[in-house]
Design a protein around this ligand. Structure first.
Ligand code: ADP
Length: 425
C-alpha cells in the first residue's frame, strides 16, 4: 500500500461496510472494502474499510477484531479512524459499540470521540441525543423487534453510557443541534468545553447533511470518530476530494440473478412480499426444519438451479416478528440465527457455483456469513442502487468471472428493491 490512505474505517458488519464505502465513493474517495483484516496487499486508494462481523459477537471478540483492524489501518498510514456502527445503533446491553469505542480510544490515545449514527438521507436523525427512524423514536420503530439487537431506548447518551466500562470512568455527553447549527467553531468550542468537564464521548445531534458536514470538519483532528455512514459524506472534502463518476465504475454485470434474504427487518419483509406478489419465484427457509435436521440448503439449490437465468430467484428466511419470536423461544435467538446464516451462506455459495453472477444479500449478519462462505476478501464499490446500498464487484473462488454483489442492510431500500437492483421495472 502506498502512502495515500487518508481514512481507515472499521465497520461492525458487512452491509454497514458497503454502506460506508458507498458514501465515501460518492463523495470522491477511492475506497476498497476488505473482508476482515487484509492478509495481502490492498490496491492504492484513499480509504480502506475493514468490514468485520463483530456487531453481535461476544464483546471481547469484537474488541480483539477491531483492535487488529485498527493496528493494520494505522500501519498502512490512516491518520483518522472511523468506527462505523449501524444507523439504528444496533447493539446489546453488553455492547459492542461502547467496548469497541473504548478499546479504540485506548489504542489511539484518544481523549475524546464524537458519536453519531445520523444518516438523514435514510431518515435516521438525532435530536437532543434521541435517535429517530423516519417520524418515530428508535424505540417505537420496528427496530424494537430485531431478532438479535432489539432497540428499546432511543436516548443514545443513556444507551452508550450503559455500554461503557464503569471501571474506566468515561462519561458520555451531548452536542445539541442548536450548537451544530451554529457551525464548525461552535461545535469545536463545545467539544473543548465537554472535555474540560471530563466528558470522553459525545453523541452529536444531526438533522441534515449540512450538520454532518459541520461535524466532519469540527472532528477533523480527532483520531477517532464513531458514526453511521452519514458522517462519511463530509470527510472526502476535508482532503480536497470531489465527487467523480469514475470512482464507482465496475465491470459489466453477467450471469444469473438471485436474492438471498436473512433479514427480518420491516423493509426486507416488505421487499420479500412485493417480490413474491409480483410473481417472483421464492423458496422459504424454516429455521425449525433446519433444527430438525432437514437439509434445506440442498433442497433450495435443487429448486433454484432449473430456474436460474430467466428471472431473479429469491431464497429467504425472512419472517414476521411473531414467527421469529416463536422460533427463538424454541431454539434460542443465537442458535436460530446461526442455523439460518449457515444455511443461507451455503445456498449463496451454491447459487454462485451454479451460475449466479449477480447476487443481492439482505441482512447485515446474513451478508457477513455469505461473503465469508464465498471466500471473498475484497470488494470494489460501484454505483448506488438505493441510499446505503451500492453494487460491488468481488473475486471469488466460486466463480472465475467474479461476482456482482449488493449487500443490503435489512432496513434499507425501497419496496421494489429486489427488482430495481437488477434494472427490472
Ligand atoms: P438485519 O440487517 O435486518 O439486521 P441480519 O441478517 O443482520 O438482518 O439479522 C437477522 C438475523 O435473524 C440473522 O442472524 C438471521 O439468521 C436471523 N433470522 C433470519 N430469519 C429468521 C427466522 N425466521 N427466525 C429466527 N431468526 C431468523
Amino acid at each position: 500500500m502506498s502512502g495515500t490512505m487518508k481514512l481507515g474505517c472499521i465497520a461492525d458488519d458487512f452491509t454497514g461496510g458497503t454502506d460506508l464505502a458507498n458514501n465515501l465513493v460518492r463523495a470522491g474517495m477511492r475506497t476498497v472494502q476488505c473482508v476482515g483484516v487484509p492478509a495481502g496487499p490492498v490496491p492504492d486508494c484513499d480509504a480502506v474499510v475493514v468490514a468485520l462481523k463483530s456487531r453481535t459477537a461476544p464483546a471481547a471478540d469484537a474488541v480483539a477484531q477491531s483492535l487488529a483492524a485498527a493496528r493494520w489501518l494505522r500501519a498502512a498510514g490512516a491518520a483518522q479512524l472511523y468506527f462505523k456502527v449501524c444507523s439504528t445503533f444496533d447493539s446489546t446491553p453488553q455492547g459492542n459499540i461502547g467496548p469497541v469505542a473504548e478499546a479504540l480510544m485506548d489504542e489511539l490515545g484518544a481523549g475524546f470521540a464524537v458519536v453519531t449514527p445520523a444518516f438523514p438521507e435514510n431518515a435516521r436523525t438525532v435530536y437532543k441525543g434521541h435517535l429517530f427512524v423516519g417520524d418515530v423514536l428508535l424505540s417505537d420503530s420496528p427496530m424494537r423487534h430485531h431478532p438479535l439487537t432489539p432497540m428499546t431506548d432511543a436516548n443514545l447518551v443513556r444507551v452508550l453510557q450503559a455500554q461503557l466500562d464503569p471501571a474506566r470512568g468515561r462519561r458520555v455527553g451531548l452536542v445539541e443541534h442548536r450548537v451544530v447549527a451554529q457551525g464548525v467553531d461552535a461545535v469545536a468550542r463545545r467539544i473543548e468545553a465537554l472535555r474540560a468537564d471530563g466528558v470522553a464521548l459525545a453523541i452529536v445531534d444531526a438533522l441534515g447533511d449540512d450538520d454532518l458536514r459541520t461535524l466532519a470538519r469540527a472532528a477533523a483532528a480527532l483520531p477517532l470518530v464513531v458514526a453511521g455512514s452519514g458522517l462519511a459524506i463530509g470527510i472526502p472534502a476535508l482532503h480536497g476530494l470531489r465527487p467523480d463518476d469514475r470512482t464507482a465504475q465496475l465491470p459489466p454485470p453477467d450471469g444469473a440473478r438471485a436474492v438471498v434474504a436473512g433479514s427480518c427487518s420491516a423493509a426486507t419483509r416488505a421487499q420479500v412480499e412485493a417480490f413474491l406478489a409480483a410473481g417472483g419465484a421464492g423458496f422459504a427457509i424454516d429455521p425449525l426444519q433446519l433444527a430438525a435436521g432437514r437439509d434445506l440448503a440442498a433442497e433450495a439449490l435443487a429448486w433454484a438451479r432449473p430456474r436460474l437465468g430467466a428471472a431473479p430467484v429469491l431464497v429467504y428466511a425472512t419472517a414476521e416478528p411473531a414467527a421469529v419470536r416463536a422460533v427463538q423461544q424454541q431454539l434460542g435467538a443465537a442458535h436460530a440465527g446461526a442455523l439460518v446464516e449457515q444455511a443461507l451462506s451455503r445456498i449463496a455459495r451454491g447459487l454462485v457455483e451454479s451460475g449466479v453472477g449477480q447476487l443481492v444479500v439482505a441482512g447485515g449478519e446474513t451478508a457477513g456469513a455469505c461473503v465469508q462462505a464465498l471466500g471473498i476478501t475484497q470488494l470494489r464499490i460501484g454505483p448506488q442502487i438505493d441510499p446505503g446500498v451500492p453494487w460491488c464487484h468481488a473475486a471469488t473462488p466460486a466463480r472465475a468471472a467474479g461476482l456482482h454483489l449488493a449487500l443490503k442492510s435489512g432496513n434499507f431500500g425501497a419496496v421494489r428493491f429486489f427488482h430495481h437492483a437488477f434494472g427490472l421495472p
